[in-house]
Design a protein around this ligand. Structure first.
Ligand SMILES: Cc1cc2nc3c(=O)[nH]c(=O)nc-3n(C[C@H](O)[C@H](O)[C@H](O)COP(=O)(O)OP(=O)(O)OC[C@H]3O[C@@H](n4cnc5c(N)ncnc54)[C@H](O)[C@@H]3O)c2cc1C
Ligand code: FES
Length: 253
């Protein structure tokens, strides 16, 4: 493995993880560093950001958030990690006729980037894919550098206006939904952003799929530590097993 600091607290982890095929976009890895003994006790969930089946590598883009990710950021190159995956149910693969809007908030970019790349590889017209990326400040937009290498439209928003649109990425989504026809939205980011995407999908009556980022103690469906309420029912869904991707009308955020 390699661990590279990108700036603004973000890191790119490259893992030698030979997978038989291109991982389904939206699936995640459950990772525990072993370089500092049994700390952290539990694995943490990270989306698959990118892969290179030729080199047998998988990339993870992450930001130092708390203890587990801070320890991960200190793991030296060549070290082994305790890892489970790919886990979960990823995004439904859209058909080529629809316009796709990918919405990534900060470290929510990875799964939607992988979906955009997958769609391009499988013949989806680049002109039909728009990527909206939102950050706190321009410094954090280093996380969208790889999205910028895809031949698709990329629009950036920052909360403080230091790059792109000043305001929320969902402002850009509202503007797009006002004009684009036959659109499907795919989103990952902080919960308030996903709530706003859910509201917009209802207002504009377009399908939307949301990748949720709950705390995942076990990652495999046994502890019930990650559940989300099913919309309109007294029933809960496990984000790690039934998700992390859900249709926006399926869950109550
Ligand atoms: C499907 C999915 C995909 C994700 N993809 C990404 C991604 O691509 N990039 C990214 O940056 N983030 C991603 N995340 C978020 C990432 O999982 C969290 O940022 C990460 O778990 C934070 O862990 P931490 O230890 O740094 O933070 P902390 O806040 O320290 O830990 C997070 C939570 O884990 C629990 N916890 C912490 N320590 C322990 C312990 N010792 N024992 C038991 N529980 C403990 C606590 O309840 C705590 O609130 C994803 C999350 C999910 C669910
Ligand atoms: S993390 Fe344990 S059930 Fe989902």
């Amino acid at each position: 493995m390699e661990n590279r600091a990108l700036g603004a607290g973000a890191f790119l982890l490259t893992l030698k993880l030979p997978l038989p095929e291109f991982p389904h976009p939206g699936k995640f890895l459950h990772i525990k560093p072993t370089s500092e003994g049994s700390d952290p006790l539990l694995r943490r969930a990270f989306s698959i950001f990118d892969c290179d089946p030729g080199r047998g590598t998988v990339d993870v883009l992450y930001k130092v958030f708390g203890r587990g990710s801070a320890i991960l950021s200190r793991v030296p190159a060549g070290h082994q990690l305790d890892l489970l995956g790919p886990l979960g149910e990823g995004f439904p693969i859209p058909d080529g006729d629809r316009n796709l809007i990918m919405v990534g908030g900060g470290v929510g970019i990875p799964p939607v980037y992988l979906l955009a790349k997958y769609c391009l590889m499988h013949g989806h017209a680049a002109a039909k894919i728009t990527f909206l990326a939102g950050f706190g400040t321009a410094a954090e937009s280093c996380m969208s550098d790889r999205v910028g290498t895809l031949p698709i439209e990329l629009k950036i928003s920052t909360d403080d206006g230091s790059q792109g649109h000043r305001g929320f990425v969902t402002d850009l989504l509202r503007a797009h939904l006002s004009t684009a026809a036959a659109t499907t939205v795919f989103a990952c980011g902080p919960e308030p952003m996903l709530q706003a995407v859910q509201n917009l999908s209802r207002e504009f009556k377009v399908p939307a799929f949301l990748s949720l980022e709950s705390i995942m103690p076990c990652g495999v469906g046994t502890c019930l530590g990650c559940v989300v309420k099913k919309d309109g029912e007294e029933k809960y869904l496990r984000v790690c097993r039934e998700g992390p991707v859900f249709s926006a009308d399926e869950v109550e955020l």
